[in-house]
Design a protein around this ligand. Structure first.
Ligand code: PBG
Length: 325
């Protein structure tokens, strides 16, 4: 029997070529940023137990890897340092050391690969003996005192060659303070990629393992956002744009696709999404157990993030994606 149907959506799915022709979303390595973990010393490439396939590198080895990544078409990176415990203190003072691990790595990378775009992390957690993104006093995370340090950190990183400083701390007013401090020091071309709607999430576990940066006590709920909230994300994003953010981010990505879409529909700056460590680990471990095809799941997940409105995706999958695309 033949139904008398005028409209048959399946006609637009009838062959591979038709599907390729009509696909609404495409992925490109140009819009992916690979997060990279740095450690001190030399000749180090340390595998990370909770992030299969991802390593922590000393700068010398990182430079060699980057050569390979750049040849694969990966053109931007987000850098995060693992700071030795004996350099951590309550104010995160190592973050302002101009000859420390982080500024030195930024400088070396930009010297070797001037064309790559470097997003450099601004927050105190890698440097703080309390493992918080800000300065802790009597169990409270101090806002304004922390912002003062972050604004100085921005100068250290800009001077080393950062393309975008990327505050991931969620203190109030930090974008304005960082913009002022960069402009005053004449770093008017250094951008700010703001982690604007960053939620207090259980999906950051593997990242904290990689840097040894988990909070020593308490959680991050007084500064990172409550995942029950959507309107609040728009408020955060708007404040950051008013204060000078060049790119705004929603983080994590997967459990927050509605937020990415909402932000995308309400702003005119580029929107980034961070496909975080726990989201990567979920697929990797499910793949190892045989529960799903990890490569197909990767493409599906990255496509969903793009489809939700992300212009830029920070993802540990960038290398794997580049290898198969
Ligand atoms: C901390 C920071 C975190 C991540 C990026 N910057 C962890 C946290 O807020 O505790 C997480 C990234 C990831 O999980 O991949 N400033």
């Amino acid at each position: 029997m033949t139904l008398s149907l005028k409209l048959r959506p399946r006609r637009n799915r009838k062959s591979h070529t038709v599907r390729e022709m009509l696909a609404e979303t495409t992925l490109s390595i140009d819009q992916m940023v690979l997060p990279v973990f740095l450690t001190s010393g030399t000749k180090k490439k340390e595998p990370l137990g909770t992030l299969p396939g991802i390593h922590r590198y000393s700068v010398d080895v990182l430079i060699q890897e980057m050569d390979r990544w750049v040849k694969l078409g990966i053109c931007s990176f987000a850098l995060f340092p693992q700071i030795p415990d004996d350099l951590k203190d309550p104010t995160g003072s190592e973050s302002l050391n101009r000859s420390g691990l982080f500024p030195n790595a930024i400088f070396e990378i930009k010297k070797k690969f001037p064309q790559v775009v470097l997003f450099t992390d601004i927050a105190l957690d890698p440097y703080s003996s309390d493992g918080h993104d800000g300065i802790v006093k009597n169990g409270q995370i101090l806002n304004d005192e922390t912002v003062e340090v972050l604004a100085q950190m921005a100068i250290v990183q800009a001077q080393a060659g950062a393309d975008y400083v990327a505050p991931s701390d969620m203190m109030d007013g930090r974008i304005g303070a960082i913009r002022n401090s960069l402009d005053k020091a004449k770093y008017t071309n250094t951008g700010i990629m703001a982690y604007s709607a960053k939620y207090a999430s259980s999906f950051y576990g593997p990242f904290r393992d990689a840097l040894g940066s988990a909070p020593k006590s308490g959680d991050k709920k007084t500064y990172q956002m409550d995942y029950r909230n959507r309107r609040e994300a728009l408020r955060e994003v708007k404040l950051d744009i008013q204060q000078g953010a060049d790119i705004v981010m929603v983080k994590p990505a997967l459990a927050y696709l509605d937020i990415i879409r909402e932000v995308k529909n309400s702003v005119s700056v580029p929107v980034a999404a961070y496909n975080v460590s726990g989201e990567y680990a979920m697929i990797k471990f499910a793949g190892k157990s045989g529960a799903l095809d990890p490569e197909k799941a990767m493409i599906e997940v990255l496509t969903s993030i793009k489809r939700s409105g992300a212009d830029l995706i920070f993802t540990y999958f960038a290398e794997e994606f580049a290898l198969i695309s």
